[in-house]
Design a binder for this molecule. Structure first.
Ligand code: ATP
Length: 203
């Protein structure tokens, strides 16, 4: 099956674009949501996290102590890498299982850190959603009711969008000036074509 990654900087509009693909019948795997779910529901992963970060990494009701974990990893690159080295394989395995259950011509895998994590290498094509930094800053502040400083701190942890665009097979411009739906429809047609070619079907 044709597998397509979709990524972009914080607030670029990945989720918004994925929702448009989904209305066209494309199954979407949200890797960041899956990671959050697996960190509370995959018993092997839960055990690994407790071993690495202590049982305080979880609240008494079993939910992840996000505040504590965020404090530990945000300013400590070693701890962050350690956490990622546990979560990433769990998500990868979960995504592969999910992909095998899909019957559509192609699927999308949405992840904020597709390039940074290296998981783009396992996907056939990559879509990058691009919006200028200023636009993203405003949208995220409004969506999350947060400060510019907090958003900038998260942005600075990510690869610059200009770098991501260079590695893209398809780019969706979400700067407010270009309509999203026609862009998505064009890419969808091209991906359907590619999926047919991959399956060896004559058109
Ligand atoms: P994150 O990296 O934080 O998961 P994201 O890339 O998935 O973000 P979205 O959540 O899709 O981005 O979009 C960020 C915010 O900007 C949302 O509130 C969304 O409704 C808004 N938004 C996205 N695209 C547009 C647009 N073209 N016009 C106006 N608002 C938009």
């Amino acid at each position: 099956m044709l597998t397509v990654g979709i990524t972009g900087g914080i607030g670029s509009g990945k989720t918004t674009v994925c929702k448009i693909f989904a209305t066209m019948g494309v199954p979407v795997y949200y890797a960041d949501d899956a990671a959050k779910w697996l960190m509370e529901n995959d018993q092997h992963l839960v055990a690994q996290i407790k071993e690495a970060f202590g049982s305080d990494a979880y609240l008494p009701d079993g939910r992840l102590n996000r505040q504590l974990l965020a404090n530990v990893v945000f300013n400590n690159a070693g701890s962050l890498r350690r956490l990622e080295s546990m979560v990433h394989p769990a998500v990868q395995a979960h995504a592969e299982q999910w992909i095998q259950q899909q019957t559509a011509p192609y699927i999308l895998k949405e992840a904020a850190l597709l390039f940074e994590s290296g998981s783009y290498k396992q996907l056939h094509k990559i879509i990058v959603v691009y919006a200028p930094r200023e636009v993203r800053l405003q949208r995220v502040q409004q969506r999350d009711n947060t400060t510019a400083e907090a958003v900038i701190a998260r942005m600075n942890k990510q690869m610059p969008d200009e770098e991501k665009v260079k590695m893209a097979d398809f780019i969706v411009y979400n700067n407010g000036a270009e309509l999203l739906i026609p862009q998505v429809m064009r890419i969808h047609q091209q991906l359907l074509q590619l999926a047919k070619e991959m399956m060896g079907v004559n058109i």
